[in-house]
Design a protein around this ligand. Structure first.
Ligand code: AMP
Length: 451
Protein backbone atom coordinates (compact mmCIF):
# COMPACT_ATOMS: atom_id res chain seq x y z
CA UNK A 1 0.00 0.00 0.00
CA UNK A 2 1.36 3.39 -0.97
CA UNK A 3 1.13 6.37 1.36
CA UNK A 4 -0.77 8.25 -1.32
CA UNK A 5 -3.60 5.72 -0.80
CA UNK A 6 -4.26 7.15 2.67
CA UNK A 7 -5.40 10.50 1.33
CA UNK A 8 -3.02 12.33 3.59
CA UNK A 9 -2.64 16.11 3.50
CA UNK A 10 -0.18 17.10 0.78
CA UNK A 11 2.24 18.69 3.24
CA UNK A 12 2.34 15.47 5.21
CA UNK A 13 2.90 13.47 2.03
CA UNK A 14 5.87 15.72 1.33
CA UNK A 15 7.33 14.89 4.74
CA UNK A 16 6.75 11.18 4.15
CA UNK A 17 8.48 11.34 0.78
CA UNK A 18 11.35 13.35 2.25
CA UNK A 19 11.75 10.67 4.93
CA UNK A 20 12.23 8.18 2.11
CA UNK A 21 9.08 6.15 2.78
CA UNK A 22 7.17 4.80 -0.21
CA UNK A 23 5.11 1.86 0.92
CA UNK A 24 3.37 1.46 4.26
CA UNK A 25 4.65 -1.35 6.47
CA UNK A 26 2.14 -4.00 7.61
CA UNK A 27 1.59 -2.32 10.97
CA UNK A 28 1.03 1.00 9.25
CA UNK A 29 -1.49 -0.54 6.85
CA UNK A 30 -3.48 -1.90 9.74
CA UNK A 31 -3.17 0.88 12.26
CA UNK A 32 -3.40 4.08 10.21
CA UNK A 33 -6.99 3.63 8.93
CA UNK A 34 -8.22 2.74 12.43
CA UNK A 35 -6.62 5.81 13.99
CA UNK A 36 -8.01 7.99 11.22
CA UNK A 37 -11.46 6.57 12.03
CA UNK A 38 -11.04 7.62 15.66
CA UNK A 39 -10.71 4.14 17.17
CA UNK A 40 -8.83 3.42 20.38
CA UNK A 41 -6.09 0.90 19.73
CA UNK A 42 -4.09 -1.73 21.55
CA UNK A 43 -1.26 -2.91 19.34
CA UNK A 44 1.55 -5.31 19.96
CA UNK A 45 4.28 -4.28 17.59
CA UNK A 46 7.99 -4.58 18.09
CA UNK A 47 10.36 -1.79 17.14
CA UNK A 48 11.58 -2.01 13.60
CA UNK A 49 8.07 -2.54 12.23
CA UNK A 50 7.44 1.13 11.54
CA UNK A 51 5.08 1.41 14.51
CA UNK A 52 6.12 4.97 15.39
CA UNK A 53 5.10 6.36 12.02
CA UNK A 54 1.97 4.18 12.26
CA UNK A 55 0.68 6.42 15.03
CA UNK A 56 2.47 9.66 14.14
CA UNK A 57 1.18 9.92 10.59
CA UNK A 58 -2.57 9.75 11.33
CA UNK A 59 -2.14 12.01 14.35
CA UNK A 60 -0.30 14.65 12.33
CA UNK A 61 -2.98 14.27 9.65
CA UNK A 62 -5.67 14.95 12.26
CA UNK A 63 -3.81 17.98 13.56
CA UNK A 64 -3.67 19.34 10.02
CA UNK A 65 -7.21 18.62 9.01
CA UNK A 66 -9.01 19.07 12.33
CA UNK A 67 -7.08 21.89 13.97
CA UNK A 68 -8.17 23.08 17.39
CA UNK A 69 -7.70 26.29 19.33
CA UNK A 70 -4.15 27.27 20.31
CA UNK A 71 -2.57 27.28 23.75
CA UNK A 72 -3.09 23.70 24.80
CA UNK A 73 -1.65 20.29 24.14
CA UNK A 74 -3.43 18.16 21.52
CA UNK A 75 -1.35 14.99 21.55
CA UNK A 76 0.53 13.45 24.47
CA UNK A 77 2.92 10.59 23.78
CA UNK A 78 4.24 8.92 26.93
CA UNK A 79 7.42 6.85 26.55
CA UNK A 80 9.72 4.99 28.95
CA UNK A 81 13.08 6.63 28.24
CA UNK A 82 14.64 9.96 27.35
CA UNK A 83 16.31 8.45 24.31
CA UNK A 84 12.99 7.29 22.95
CA UNK A 85 11.44 10.70 23.67
CA UNK A 86 14.18 12.45 21.70
CA UNK A 87 13.96 9.94 18.91
CA UNK A 88 10.19 10.22 18.52
CA UNK A 89 10.44 13.98 18.66
CA UNK A 90 13.00 13.87 15.83
CA UNK A 91 10.71 11.53 13.91
CA UNK A 92 7.87 14.06 14.30
CA UNK A 93 10.15 16.85 13.10
CA UNK A 94 10.97 14.85 9.98
CA UNK A 95 7.43 13.85 9.09
CA UNK A 96 5.89 17.23 9.89
CA UNK A 97 8.69 19.27 8.35
CA UNK A 98 6.43 20.82 5.71
CA UNK A 99 3.60 21.51 8.15
CA UNK A 100 3.11 23.89 11.04
CA UNK A 101 2.79 21.10 13.62
CA UNK A 102 4.90 21.79 16.70
CA UNK A 103 6.27 19.29 19.19
CA UNK A 104 8.40 19.19 22.29
CA UNK A 105 10.20 16.40 24.11
CA UNK A 106 10.01 16.48 27.90
CA UNK A 107 12.35 14.14 29.70
CA UNK A 108 14.40 13.87 32.84
CA UNK A 109 18.10 14.38 33.23
CA UNK A 110 18.36 17.74 31.52
CA UNK A 111 19.77 20.83 33.17
CA UNK A 112 17.86 23.80 34.60
CA UNK A 113 17.64 25.58 31.26
CA UNK A 114 15.88 22.66 29.61
CA UNK A 115 13.35 22.68 32.46
CA UNK A 116 12.63 26.35 31.81
CA UNK A 117 12.25 25.70 28.07
CA UNK A 118 9.91 22.81 28.74
CA UNK A 119 7.93 24.91 31.18
CA UNK A 120 7.49 27.65 28.58
CA UNK A 121 6.38 25.22 25.90
CA UNK A 122 4.05 23.36 28.22
CA UNK A 123 2.41 26.53 29.51
CA UNK A 124 2.00 27.99 26.01
CA UNK A 125 0.76 24.67 24.64
CA UNK A 126 2.24 22.53 21.87
CA UNK A 127 0.58 20.33 19.29
CA UNK A 128 2.48 17.26 20.39
CA UNK A 129 4.28 16.57 23.66
CA UNK A 130 6.51 13.50 23.94
CA UNK A 131 7.31 12.87 27.58
CA UNK A 132 8.72 10.43 30.08
CA UNK A 133 6.27 9.93 32.94
CA UNK A 134 8.32 11.21 35.89
CA UNK A 135 9.35 14.45 34.25
CA UNK A 136 5.87 15.19 33.00
CA UNK A 137 4.48 14.70 36.49
CA UNK A 138 6.98 17.23 37.89
CA UNK A 139 5.64 19.76 35.40
CA UNK A 140 2.00 18.82 35.99
CA UNK A 141 2.53 19.33 39.73
CA UNK A 142 3.52 22.95 39.04
CA UNK A 143 0.06 23.56 37.58
CA UNK A 144 0.80 25.07 34.17
CA UNK A 145 0.52 22.05 31.86
CA UNK A 146 -2.40 22.53 29.48
CA UNK A 147 -3.90 19.08 29.29
CA UNK A 148 -7.60 19.86 29.70
CA UNK A 149 -8.33 19.84 25.96
CA UNK A 150 -6.03 16.99 25.01
CA UNK A 151 -7.47 14.90 22.17
CA UNK A 152 -5.01 12.07 21.68
CA UNK A 153 -2.98 9.98 24.12
CA UNK A 154 -0.32 7.49 23.04
CA UNK A 155 1.46 5.08 25.37
CA UNK A 156 4.50 3.70 23.57
CA UNK A 157 6.44 0.68 24.85
CA UNK A 158 3.81 0.32 27.55
CA UNK A 159 5.19 -3.00 28.80
CA UNK A 160 8.57 -1.42 29.30
CA UNK A 161 7.00 1.47 31.25
CA UNK A 162 5.23 -0.93 33.58
CA UNK A 163 8.45 -2.94 34.02
CA UNK A 164 10.15 0.31 35.02
CA UNK A 165 7.50 0.96 37.68
CA UNK A 166 5.67 3.79 35.93
CA UNK A 167 2.15 2.42 36.39
CA UNK A 168 1.09 4.87 39.07
CA UNK A 169 2.69 7.83 37.30
CA UNK A 170 0.85 6.94 34.11
CA UNK A 171 -2.47 6.70 35.95
CA UNK A 172 -1.82 10.04 37.62
CA UNK A 173 -1.11 11.67 34.29
CA UNK A 174 -4.26 10.14 32.83
CA UNK A 175 -6.31 11.48 35.74
CA UNK A 176 -5.44 14.95 34.42
CA UNK A 177 -6.73 14.20 30.92
CA UNK A 178 -10.24 14.60 29.55
CA UNK A 179 -12.20 11.33 29.48
CA UNK A 180 -13.24 12.12 25.92
CA UNK A 181 -10.09 11.35 23.95
CA UNK A 182 -8.61 8.81 21.57
CA UNK A 183 -6.08 6.52 23.24
CA UNK A 184 -3.49 4.35 21.52
CA UNK A 185 -1.46 1.79 23.40
CA UNK A 186 1.61 0.15 21.88
CA UNK A 187 3.47 -2.64 23.60
CA UNK A 188 6.01 -5.21 22.48
CA UNK A 189 4.46 -7.83 24.76
CA UNK A 190 0.97 -8.32 26.15
CA UNK A 191 1.32 -9.59 29.71
CA UNK A 192 -1.82 -9.55 31.90
CA UNK A 193 -0.83 -6.22 33.51
CA UNK A 194 -0.94 -4.55 30.09
CA UNK A 195 -4.37 -6.04 29.48
CA UNK A 196 -5.56 -4.63 32.80
CA UNK A 197 -4.13 -1.20 32.00
CA UNK A 198 -5.79 -1.34 28.59
CA UNK A 199 -9.16 -2.18 30.16
CA UNK A 200 -8.84 0.85 32.41
CA UNK A 201 -7.82 3.42 29.85
CA UNK A 202 -9.08 2.32 26.41
CA UNK A 203 -12.65 2.41 25.10
CA UNK A 204 -13.76 -0.44 22.88
CA UNK A 205 -10.27 -0.73 21.38
CA UNK A 206 -9.31 -2.44 18.14
CA UNK A 207 -6.60 -4.97 18.73
CA UNK A 208 -3.68 -5.37 16.37
CA UNK A 209 -1.01 -8.00 16.76
CA UNK A 210 2.08 -7.46 14.74
CA UNK A 211 4.60 -8.21 17.44
CA UNK A 212 5.85 -11.67 16.93
CA UNK A 213 8.55 -11.82 19.53
CA UNK A 214 10.78 -12.95 16.73
CA UNK A 215 13.58 -11.00 15.21
CA UNK A 216 13.34 -9.94 11.59
CA UNK A 217 14.48 -12.68 9.23
CA UNK A 218 17.07 -10.35 7.77
CA UNK A 219 19.19 -10.72 10.89
CA UNK A 220 21.91 -13.31 10.64
CA UNK A 221 22.01 -14.71 14.18
CA UNK A 222 25.07 -16.47 15.55
CA UNK A 223 26.11 -17.69 18.98
CA UNK A 224 29.49 -18.62 20.46
CA UNK A 225 29.62 -21.01 23.38
CA UNK A 226 32.70 -20.02 25.39
CA UNK A 227 34.04 -19.47 28.90
CA UNK A 228 33.51 -16.08 30.50
CA UNK A 229 37.26 -15.37 30.29
CA UNK A 230 37.19 -15.92 26.53
CA UNK A 231 34.65 -13.15 25.88
CA UNK A 232 37.13 -10.30 25.67
CA UNK A 233 39.55 -12.16 23.36
CA UNK A 234 36.61 -13.13 21.15
CA UNK A 235 35.35 -9.55 20.93
CA UNK A 236 38.80 -8.45 19.87
CA UNK A 237 39.03 -11.26 17.33
CA UNK A 238 35.66 -10.31 15.83
CA UNK A 239 36.42 -6.61 15.75
CA UNK A 240 39.70 -7.32 13.98
CA UNK A 241 38.10 -9.67 11.46
CA UNK A 242 35.34 -7.39 10.22
CA UNK A 243 35.43 -4.15 8.37
CA UNK A 244 33.18 -2.40 10.83
CA UNK A 245 31.53 0.96 10.59
CA UNK A 246 28.87 0.60 13.21
CA UNK A 247 28.92 -2.00 15.95
CA UNK A 248 26.79 -2.07 19.07
CA UNK A 249 27.88 -4.26 21.98
CA UNK A 250 25.40 -4.97 24.76
CA UNK A 251 26.36 -5.93 28.28
CA UNK A 252 23.83 -6.76 30.98
CA UNK A 253 25.63 -4.80 33.69
CA UNK A 254 26.94 -1.25 33.85
CA UNK A 255 30.20 -2.52 35.28
CA UNK A 256 30.73 -4.85 32.32
CA UNK A 257 30.14 -1.94 29.96
CA UNK A 258 32.76 0.10 31.76
CA UNK A 259 35.31 -2.73 31.89
CA UNK A 260 34.82 -3.75 28.30
CA UNK A 261 35.05 -0.18 26.99
CA UNK A 262 38.23 0.36 28.98
CA UNK A 263 39.76 -2.87 27.66
CA UNK A 264 38.77 -2.12 24.07
CA UNK A 265 40.21 1.35 24.25
CA UNK A 266 43.39 -0.04 25.73
CA UNK A 267 43.58 -2.44 22.81
CA UNK A 268 43.27 0.49 20.40
CA UNK A 269 39.63 0.13 19.33
CA UNK A 270 37.56 3.31 18.88
CA UNK A 271 34.91 2.36 21.42
CA UNK A 272 32.68 4.53 23.61
CA UNK A 273 30.14 3.63 26.25
CA UNK A 274 26.60 4.52 27.23
CA UNK A 275 24.86 3.67 30.49
CA UNK A 276 22.83 5.32 33.19
CA UNK A 277 25.84 6.75 35.08
CA UNK A 278 26.48 9.23 32.29
CA UNK A 279 24.95 12.69 32.38
CA UNK A 280 22.13 13.23 29.91
CA UNK A 281 24.26 15.58 27.80
CA UNK A 282 27.05 12.97 27.63
CA UNK A 283 24.58 10.29 26.61
CA UNK A 284 23.19 12.44 23.85
CA UNK A 285 26.68 13.31 22.65
CA UNK A 286 27.70 9.65 22.49
CA UNK A 287 24.46 8.72 20.70
CA UNK A 288 24.97 11.45 18.16
CA UNK A 289 28.55 10.30 17.60
CA UNK A 290 27.42 6.73 17.10
CA UNK A 291 24.53 7.69 14.80
CA UNK A 292 26.88 9.77 12.66
CA UNK A 293 29.44 6.93 12.69
CA UNK A 294 32.08 9.13 14.24
CA UNK A 295 32.03 6.48 16.99
CA UNK A 296 32.14 3.09 15.27
CA UNK A 297 31.86 0.92 18.38
CA UNK A 298 29.37 1.58 21.14
CA UNK A 299 29.21 -0.50 24.32
CA UNK A 300 25.83 -0.18 26.02
CA UNK A 301 23.58 -1.48 28.72
CA UNK A 302 19.99 -2.36 27.86
CA UNK A 303 19.28 1.35 28.02
CA UNK A 304 19.62 1.17 24.23
CA UNK A 305 17.92 -2.13 23.61
CA UNK A 306 14.48 -0.77 22.85
CA UNK A 307 13.19 1.74 20.46
CA UNK A 308 16.45 3.39 19.60
CA UNK A 309 16.52 4.06 15.95
CA UNK A 310 19.97 4.30 14.51
CA UNK A 311 20.16 3.19 10.93
CA UNK A 312 22.56 0.68 9.56
CA UNK A 313 24.13 -0.81 12.64
CA UNK A 314 25.93 -3.69 10.96
CA UNK A 315 26.69 -5.85 13.93
CA UNK A 316 25.19 -6.30 17.37
CA UNK A 317 27.21 -8.30 19.88
CA UNK A 318 25.54 -9.60 23.00
CA UNK A 319 28.56 -9.77 25.29
CA UNK A 320 26.21 -11.23 27.90
CA UNK A 321 23.14 -13.30 27.11
CA UNK A 322 20.16 -10.99 27.55
CA UNK A 323 17.83 -11.54 30.46
CA UNK A 324 15.00 -12.99 28.39
CA UNK A 325 13.74 -13.54 24.91
CA UNK A 326 12.05 -10.18 24.60
CA UNK A 327 15.28 -8.40 25.52
CA UNK A 328 17.12 -10.57 23.02
CA UNK A 329 14.72 -9.62 20.25
CA UNK A 330 14.97 -5.96 21.17
CA UNK A 331 18.73 -5.97 21.36
CA UNK A 332 19.33 -7.72 18.08
CA UNK A 333 16.57 -5.66 16.48
CA UNK A 334 18.99 -2.73 16.69
CA UNK A 335 20.53 -4.17 13.56
CA UNK A 336 18.55 -4.89 10.39
CA UNK A 337 16.29 -1.88 10.73
CA UNK A 338 13.51 -1.35 8.19
CA UNK A 339 15.50 -1.59 5.01
CA UNK A 340 18.78 -3.17 6.01
CA UNK A 341 20.14 -6.52 7.05
CA UNK A 342 22.58 -7.17 9.83
CA UNK A 343 24.36 -9.66 12.03
CA UNK A 344 23.76 -10.42 15.69
CA UNK A 345 26.30 -12.41 17.68
CA UNK A 346 25.64 -13.72 21.18
CA UNK A 347 28.33 -14.89 23.58
CA UNK A 348 27.13 -17.72 25.78
CA UNK A 349 29.37 -18.35 28.76
CA UNK A 350 29.21 -21.56 30.77
CA UNK A 351 26.81 -19.94 33.24
CA UNK A 352 24.45 -18.72 30.54
CA UNK A 353 23.40 -21.93 28.80
CA UNK A 354 19.96 -22.06 30.38
CA UNK A 355 19.23 -18.42 29.64
CA UNK A 356 20.20 -18.99 26.02
CA UNK A 357 18.05 -22.11 25.82
CA UNK A 358 15.05 -20.16 27.16
CA UNK A 359 15.59 -17.56 24.45
CA UNK A 360 15.82 -20.22 21.78
CA UNK A 361 12.62 -21.68 23.13
CA UNK A 362 10.90 -18.36 22.66
CA UNK A 363 12.35 -17.92 19.19
CA UNK A 364 11.22 -21.38 18.23
CA UNK A 365 14.65 -21.99 16.70
CA UNK A 366 18.11 -22.68 17.98
CA UNK A 367 20.56 -19.90 17.26
CA UNK A 368 23.36 -21.40 15.14
CA UNK A 369 26.45 -22.11 17.26
CA UNK A 370 29.58 -21.00 15.49
CA UNK A 371 33.04 -22.49 15.62
CA UNK A 372 35.20 -20.63 18.08
CA UNK A 373 38.60 -19.66 16.62
CA UNK A 374 41.25 -22.20 17.57
CA UNK A 375 43.55 -19.64 19.12
CA UNK A 376 41.04 -19.08 21.91
CA UNK A 377 41.70 -22.61 23.18
CA UNK A 378 39.31 -25.20 24.58
CA UNK A 379 35.65 -24.25 24.76
CA UNK A 380 32.76 -25.74 26.71
CA UNK A 381 29.99 -27.70 25.06
CA UNK A 382 26.52 -26.25 24.87
CA UNK A 383 24.61 -28.11 27.54
CA UNK A 384 21.54 -26.31 28.75
CA UNK A 385 19.93 -28.20 31.55
CA UNK A 386 16.55 -29.47 30.49
CA UNK A 387 13.96 -27.95 32.78
CA UNK A 388 10.25 -28.27 32.12
CA UNK A 389 9.65 -26.77 28.72
CA UNK A 390 13.23 -25.98 28.05
CA UNK A 391 13.62 -24.03 31.19
CA UNK A 392 13.59 -20.40 31.93
CA UNK A 393 12.12 -17.04 31.51
CA UNK A 394 11.11 -17.02 27.91
CA UNK A 395 7.47 -16.68 28.80
CA UNK A 396 5.18 -15.16 26.28
CA UNK A 397 2.11 -14.28 28.29
CA UNK A 398 -1.04 -14.06 26.31
CA UNK A 399 0.76 -15.31 23.25
CA UNK A 400 0.96 -13.51 19.97
CA UNK A 401 -1.61 -14.68 17.52
CA UNK A 402 -0.57 -12.82 14.50
CA UNK A 403 -3.45 -11.51 12.49
CA UNK A 404 -1.27 -10.42 9.67
CA UNK A 405 1.92 -8.76 8.69
CA UNK A 406 4.22 -10.97 10.68
CA UNK A 407 6.03 -14.01 9.51
CA UNK A 408 3.68 -17.02 9.43
CA UNK A 409 4.28 -19.52 12.17
CA UNK A 410 6.44 -22.42 11.15
CA UNK A 411 8.08 -20.33 8.48
CA UNK A 412 11.67 -20.68 7.64
CA UNK A 413 14.22 -20.30 10.38
CA UNK A 414 16.50 -17.31 10.63
CA UNK A 415 19.91 -17.19 9.12
CA UNK A 416 21.45 -19.39 6.53
CA UNK A 417 19.77 -22.80 6.75
CA UNK A 418 23.03 -24.50 5.99
CA UNK A 419 24.34 -23.13 9.26
CA UNK A 420 21.38 -23.99 11.44
CA UNK A 421 22.62 -25.61 14.60
CA UNK A 422 20.62 -27.25 17.31
CA UNK A 423 21.03 -27.25 21.02
CA UNK A 424 22.97 -30.47 20.69
CA UNK A 425 26.70 -29.87 20.76
CA UNK A 426 27.30 -32.21 17.88
CA UNK A 427 25.39 -29.84 15.70
CA UNK A 428 27.68 -26.96 16.44
CA UNK A 429 29.34 -25.47 13.42
CA UNK A 430 32.69 -27.10 12.90
CA UNK A 431 33.80 -25.99 9.47
CA UNK A 432 36.21 -23.13 9.03
CA UNK A 433 34.57 -19.83 8.24
CA UNK A 434 35.20 -16.23 9.12
CA UNK A 435 33.90 -15.45 12.54
CA UNK A 436 31.43 -12.88 11.36
CA UNK A 437 30.44 -12.25 7.80
CA UNK A 438 28.84 -8.89 7.58
CA UNK A 439 26.13 -8.35 5.08
CA UNK A 440 25.95 -5.05 3.34
CA UNK A 441 23.32 -2.69 4.68
CA UNK A 442 20.57 -2.20 2.12
CA UNK A 443 20.98 -5.72 0.88
CA UNK A 444 19.08 -7.08 -2.06
CA UNK A 445 15.92 -7.68 -0.04
CA UNK A 446 15.71 -4.06 1.06
CA UNK A 447 13.37 -2.31 -1.27
CA UNK A 448 12.40 0.39 1.17
CA UNK A 449 14.43 3.49 1.69
CA UNK A 450 15.87 4.00 5.12
CA UNK A 451 14.58 6.97 7.05
P1 AMP B 1 10.02 1.90 14.30
O1 AMP B 1 9.46 0.51 14.27
O2 AMP B 1 8.97 2.92 14.44
O3 AMP B 1 11.11 2.02 15.32
O4 AMP B 1 10.68 2.19 12.87
C1 AMP B 1 11.81 1.51 12.38
C2 AMP B 1 12.45 2.21 11.22
O5 AMP B 1 11.65 2.10 10.05
C3 AMP B 1 12.67 3.70 11.39
O6 AMP B 1 13.95 3.99 10.90
C4 AMP B 1 11.63 4.35 10.53
O7 AMP B 1 12.04 5.62 10.08
C5 AMP B 1 11.55 3.37 9.40
N1 AMP B 1 10.26 3.36 8.71
C6 AMP B 1 9.04 3.53 9.27
N2 AMP B 1 8.09 3.42 8.34
C7 AMP B 1 8.71 3.17 7.17
C8 AMP B 1 8.24 2.96 5.83
N3 AMP B 1 6.94 2.95 5.53
N4 AMP B 1 9.16 2.74 4.87
C9 AMP B 1 10.48 2.72 5.19
N5 AMP B 1 10.98 2.91 6.43
C10 AMP B 1 10.10 3.12 7.40
Amino acid sequence: MKFTDFNFHENLLEGIAASGYENATPVQEQVIPLILKGKDIIASAQTGTGKTAAFLLPLIEKLLTQPSSDHHIDVLIIVPTRELAVQISDHIDGLSYFTSVSSIAVYGGGDGSSFVQEKQALSKGADIVVATPGKLISHINMGYVKLKELRFLVLDEADRMLDMGFHDDIMRIISNLPAQRQTLLFSATMPPKIRTLAQNILKDPSEINIAISKPPEKIDQQAYVIYETQKMPLVRHILKSVNYKSILIFCSKKQNVKNLTRDLKKAGFPAEQIHSDLEQAEREEVLRGFASRRIPILVATDILSRGIDIDQIELVINYDVPHDGEDYVHRIGRTARAATSGTAVTFVSDKEHNKMAAIEQLLGNPVPKMKVPDQLGEVPEYEPRRRGHGGGSGNRPGGFNRKGGGRPSGSKPQGNPSRQGTSHPENQQKGPRPVVQLRKPNGPSGNESPA
